[in-house]
Write a protein that binds this ligand. Structure first.
Ligand SMILES: Cc1cc2nc3c(=O)[nH]c(=O)nc-3n(C[C@H](O)[C@H](O)[C@H](O)COP(=O)(O)OP(=O)(O)OC[C@H]3O[C@@H](n4cnc5c(N)ncnc54)[C@H](O)[C@@H]3O)c2cc1C
Length: 594
């Protein structure tokens, strides 16, 4: 049974990611570490008592589509209501609209807890948070007044409508039309696919954020605008009115996150009786600047999806660890964990299982450290000004694709190892290990595939500050490792050498990719993007574990950091080679694909 690792999350926030620095600034100065700890503890309690018991039923029953309506699994509507009553939807919402305005670091930490209990549940509110942020930053005062308070409280939920059959990673190809109406609103026509919680029974109204094209819009991504399209129109005093011309045509049958309805949405198909065809929409932000507005929502969502990777990895680790302590097979050499001589050992006593569990544990810890560091940078960007703000915004930009892609790859890897630790029972649904594996698989795909994240890292983030930002970041990580070396603590073994070598590999690969782009060797740079992102995650994750272990000074984090450095970061040298010399062999072999 999953138990929220409140102590470990709090430790990562404080000793690794820099919570204290955020609490000392701007609107967060009223907040203390004790309050943050209390929030995490209460989230852990709600999760254990209310969410965990409903997670399996959510997976087994799933969301059901019938006659245009979607019914969520038994007990889930009530769960959502209690969760909102607890104030959890409002954690990061703006105070002006009833939110608690807590830092992104805290919002990210509680989101980890919800996602460990059930990704299928947590993914819905995640999109509402994104809608709140996009509206807060870009919508007119009138739209904000009408919608924000209800979205912040969770009375209504929000969605994100980008994808169309011919427009997935390439949003420039989207065709949904927005025609201006005489009253200043727009009529939206088109089909969106894969829309998470596009239709459901949690709330009375659903607020869709929709990307569409105006009739005279330029081609490609420069001709996309963002619209707010409610399921039900809302009158001037905020009451729900007539049904809008937006319907759900069906939901997908998926590998995982069964409780989360993934909807095909039809805008303006004229199927609502008594209405002229055309879904009524309101422009958010400026015409043709919709993608930039949507990016407000997507950046938030990218870190949130990264946290799904951390969360599912944590839950999978806990399950595997407790199974390994129970299940007995064979006799482990040097079994120190069991006094009963002659009996079979618990499988946790076998060296191969220990290595597997420690791999799961430390990969999860490294991914968590990166994700919370990203949240820290987002918070710092919100409470600083001028040059300092630019620095933190660049840091958030640099870490977002790593937090998204490294963590979600870790989620799949760790959940897969979790199935392995269970042996045959891992492949049997009743055990529950397979659910984590199935749920984890979507996270490297949505919110921009991990391939697209790697390209973003290499082509948009490495050039920040003329290439200086990433080099400065690697320098900070190197300083952490040098501090560890200088500590001379024997418990760290070869940690300092291994991490220094991984960071040297990262530095070399970074400079190579910067130069390749400066020289116009684009194919070379793009071919190296995915191995580079993994290299970044492993090297940075290791250095951040070292920072935490040194701050803590106890043997347990030290031993985990040492395990990571001596067992996992060796991969960095091979990844560096793939970045630096991978393209020649891809080019030579590409004919084999024809
Ligand atoms: C369960 C689920 C929920 C979803 N929820 C939402 C939602 O709420 N709202 C929404 O709008 N969308 C949603 N999506 C859609 C999701 O964001 C897309 O599936 C995703 O962006 C990938 O697009 P695609 O499926 O068309 O794949 P494609 O774009 O066809 O990509 C296929 C492969 O090609 C690679 N590729 C594509 N272009 C490039 C390139 N330029 N360079 C290198 N490699 C490339 C990709 O990395 C990928 O491996 C959801 C999808 C699922 C399955």
């Amino acid at each position: 049974m999953y138990e929220a690792p409140v102590g470990e999350i709090g430790f990562t926030l404080k000793a690794v990611a820099g919570l204290g620095q955020v609490l000392g600034k701007g609107r967060f100065t009223e907040l203390s570490e004790d309050v943050v700890e209390a929030v995490l503890t209460e989230a852990g309690r709600f999760c254990a008592e209310e969410m965990v018991p409903l997670a399996a039923v959510g997976d087994q029953k799933g969301a059901v589509f019938h006659d245009g309506r979607v019914t969520t699994p038994p007990g889930w509507k009530d769960l959502y209501r209690r969760w909102c009553e607890g104030g959890w939807n409002a954690v990061a919402g703006p105070a002006e609209f009833g939110g608690q305005d807590l830092p992104a670091m805290v919002a990210t930490a509680v989101l980890e807890i919800w996602n460990s209990a059930s990704m299928g549940f947590a993914v819905g509110p995640t999109l509402t948070f994104g809608a709140v942020e996009a509206l807060e930053k870009h919508a007119s005062a009138e739209l904000r007044a009408k919608y924000l308070a209800k979205l912040v409280s969770g009375e209504w939920m929000g969605t994100m409508n980008l994808t169309e059959p011919q427009a997935g990673s390439d949003l420039g190809a989207l065709r949904t039309r927005a025609e201006p109406a005489a009253d200043g609103t727009y009529r939206i026509f088109g089909q969106k696919i894969f829309i998470t919680y596009g239709e459901h029974d949690f709330t009375d109204n659903i607020v869709h954020m929709v990307l569409a094209r105006l009739p005279d819009a330029p081609a490609g991504t420069r001709g996309i605008s963002l619209f707010l399209v409610p399921k039900f129109l809302v009158d001037d005093d905020g009451k729900i009115g007539a049904r809008n011309d937006v319907v759900c045509a069906g939901i997908e049958h998926k590998v995982g996150i069964h409780a989360s309805p993934t909807c095909t949405m039809l805008y303006g198909d004229g199927s609502i009786e008594g209405r002229e065809p055309g879904a009524v929409g309101w422009l958010v932000g400026e015409e043709n600047k919709g993608l930039a507005c949507m990016f407000t929502m997507m950046n938030n969502a990218r870190l949130a999806v990264g946290i799904q990777g951390v969360a599912v990895a944590e839950a999978a680790y806990q399950k595997a660890r407790s199974y390994a302590a129970e299940r007995r097979q064979g006799r482990a050499p040097g079994d120190k964990m069991d006094g009963h001589k002659g009996e079979m050992s618990p499988i946790i006593a076998h060296p191969d299982v220990k290595r597997t569990l420690l791999t799961m544990k430390t990969l999860t810890g490294a991914a968590r450290a990166i994700a919370y560091s990203c949240a820290h940078a987002i918070d710092m960007g919100g409470v600083t000004e001028g040059e300092e703000q630019r620095h933190w915004q660049e840091r958030a930009g640099l870490l977002t694709p790593v937090a998204k892609a490294f963590s979600t790859d870790v989620g799949v890897e760790v959940a897969s190892l979790g199935v392995q630790v269970h042996g045959g029972m891992g492949f049997i649904e009743e055990t529950g290990a397979a659910r984590f594996y199935r749920d984890a698989r979507i996270a490297p795909i949505y919110e921009g595939t991990n391939g697209i994240q790697a390209i973003d890292l290499v082509t948009r983030k490495l050039p920040l500050s003329d290439g200086g930002h990433v080099i400065g970041y690697i320098g900070e990580l190197q300083a952490d490792v040098e501090a560890l070396r200088e500590s001379n603590l024997p418990g760290f073994g070869e940690t300092a050498d291994r991490l220094a070598s991984a960071l040297a590999d990262l530095d070399l690969a970074t400079r190579f990719l910067q130069q390749a782009q400066a020289d116009g060797r684009t194919e070379e740079a793009l071919a190296g993007a995915t191995p580079y992102l993994r290299l970044f995650g492993l090297a940075a994750g290791g250095a951040l574990l070292a920072r935490g272990a040194l701050a803590n000074g106890e043997t347990r984090p030290m031993a985990l950091c040492r395990f990571f450095a001596e067992n996992l970061v060796g991969e960095c040298a091979a990844l560096r080679d793939r970045v630096v010399s991978g393209w020649a062999s891809i080019e030579a072999a590409e004919a084999a694909l024809l």
